[in-house]
Design a protein. Sequence first.
Length: 105
Amino acid sequence: MWTRHHKRRNTGRLIVPAVTALVLSYFGFHAYQGEYGLNAKAQLEQRVASLEAELEALRKARGKLEERAGLLSGDMIEQDMLDEQARRALNLSKENEIVIFYRSK
């Protein structure tokens, strides 16, 4: 009667942990650096914060413009505002006035 003896190798025990480590490292890398990872989320939150600040500045500017436009419309028109807008549109001034030019922001 013949019997065969197989020598056990230690490499067989390392295959499953090695494959598992590779798969986990792959998914871990993409969870942090990927298109939808943690790093991309932080960049997106910074962009949202900057755009919200820009939106708030635009809302303030719009409020100022609406306030100035409100002075020219309605039942009672403010004479100073009407005079200022007419002079600016026609590029006129009175003889005794001093004109100071400035750059608007």
